[in-house]
Ligand binder design. Structure first.
Ligand code: HEM
Length: 425
């Protein structure tokens, strides 16, 4: 296998870059700049994927689902992406992976979204605000006195997890299960699992299916005020309600798309403050909702946890002189687009005062624009408001090494963040 190890990524021939190498997935900034400048459509011979890296092209792709489909062929569409016989046998005993919102094209994609739009409407989200605020406080209560914590595990992950669990109507004691299953889906998406890891992920995904099918039966018998009841009982435009496989696909997307991404952005937000004391000073001087909202948008642009998303060409496409054959897998590179100098002046700078903050594509663009964008924004705005009201002067915890990012083909985020802080008087 050709490798990026030992390559000087700044100066090697662009064709030698291996974008799916774990090092490139961990720290993609230099590679992304070079691909935007020298190979905006880059065909990776190892994975076969076409990497589309410039802002304008990523936006155009996201707005053209007729050419760039979200329905993946063959193995990429399976719940667990493996040809291993044991994994295939395991998954055969479960429900098939039905393409729904994220993995579907219009008109079916719009149809599925209608089932959950109500749960993410402005009025439903407004009603959630007190819960988000109270959860933020109780998480901080758990670690404030220690003066330091591992932030991802103690705040970043549990805040969105508790919010989504409350929305799904899952009891608090089952939160570790939700976390375990989310990690199984993410591990599978990472395309970095070995055989043992893939089998473990398959077992966990089956466990997720069994758990939620039982809950769905309960909600069909006695509906409650939660998303689960809404998804299983809704009948849109007089059609029959969704079946179990369709519901499981929607739930897994809400879990994975909702938890890991928001956790990654909240955690990277604190790391960005530590690295950019001038920007932190702006917020300390003026922790108003308007300023926190500026901070949140720039954190979203900068962290872009949903870094790459799959598309499949429905016809031959020629872009920047590269001909992409029909049925090719492409990556819409949202994180790279958010670092494009053509779209954001001094894009590598973390600057909460930039004038086009909201032009970022961290939540995608067009028909697949994130279902949970308004929820994630609320979680981040309220979460950071509570954090800034109670904790200050963040730094890396004594003795802690610089945090590292996990290698994942689609999602980008820190593996942990050991942080020290002082209490606000
Ligand atoms: C910071 C947090 C988040 C980020 C950065 C993010 C990012 C994204 C992006 C880039 C897309 C578009 C994917 C594409 O074009 O293929 C997307 C779609 C989606 N997101 Fe999010 N997301 C976040 C939070 C959430 C939350 C909280 C939920 C739900 C609770 C959620 C659920 C979804 C779903 C279901 C889709 C698919 C929508 C469709 O295809 O119609 N996301 N998200």
């Amino acid at each position: 296998m050709s490798s990026t190890e030992g390559l000087n990524i700044e100066h090697c021939p662009v064709g030698d870059i291996v974008p799916m190498h774990p090092e490139m997935l961990r720290c993609p900034a230099v590679m992304n700049r070079r691909l935007r400048e020298e190979a905006p459509v880059f065909h990776d011979p190892m994975s076969g994927i076409y990497f589309i890296s410039r802002y304008a092209d990523v936006v155009a792709m996201a707005q053209d689902p007729a050419t760039f489909s979200s329905v993946m062929p063959g193995s990429a569409s399976r719940a667990v992406n493996s040809d291993d016989q044991e994994v295939l046998d395991l998954m055969r005993s479960g429900y098939p992976n039905v393409p729904t919102m994220l993995t579907q094209d219009p008109p079916l994609q719009r149809r599925y979204r209608k089932f959950v739009d109500g749960a993410f409407s402005p009025s439903s989200l407004k009603a959630l605000e007190p819960f988000i605020e109270q959860t933020s406080h109780s998480l901080i209560d758990g670690f404030a006195a220690a003066g330091q914590c591992e932030f991802l595990d103690t705040f970043g992950v549990p805040l969105p997890l508790r919010v989504i669990a409350s929305q799904l109507g899952t009891p608090v004691e089952d939160l570790p299960l939700l976390r375990k299953w989310t990690e199984a889906f993410i591990g599978n998406l990472s395309q970095q699992l070995d055989r043992e890891g893939t089998i473990a992920a398959a077992k966990n995904i089956l466990e997720f299916q069994q758990y939620f099918v039982a809950k769905m039966d309960e909600r069909r018998a006695s509906p409650r005020e939660d998303i689960l009841s809404q998804v299983v009982n809704a009948s849109i435009d007089g059609e029959k309600p969704l079946d179990n496989a369709e519901c499981l696909s929607m739930l897994s997307q809400i879990l994975v798309a909702g938890n890991e991404t928001t956790a990654a952005s909240i955690t990277e937000g604190i790391w960005l403050l530590i690295q950019n004391p001038d920007q932190y000073a702006l917020i300390k001087n003026d922790p108003s909702p308007a300023m926190i909202s500026r901070f949140v948008e720039e954190v979203l642009r900068y962290s872009s946890p949903s870094a790459n998303m799959f598309r499949r060409t429905t016809r031959e496409v020629t872009l920047h002189g590269v001909t992409i054959p029909e049925n090719s897998v492409c990556f819409a590179r949202f994180a790279s687009a958010n670092q494009d100098e053509e779209a954001f002046a001094n894009a590598a700078e973390f600057n909460i005062m930039r004038d086009n903050l909201k032009n970022h594509v961290a939540f995608g663009k067009g028909i697949h624009h994130c279902l949970g964008a308004a929820l994630a924004r609320r979680e981040m705005n309220i979460g950071f408001k509570v954090i800034f009201s109670r904790l200050q002067n963040f730094s890396l915890a004594p003795g802690a090494e610089e945090p590292d990012f996990s290698p994942n083909a689609l999602l980008h985020g820190l593996t942990a963040l050991e942080v020290a802080f002082e209490l606000v008087e």
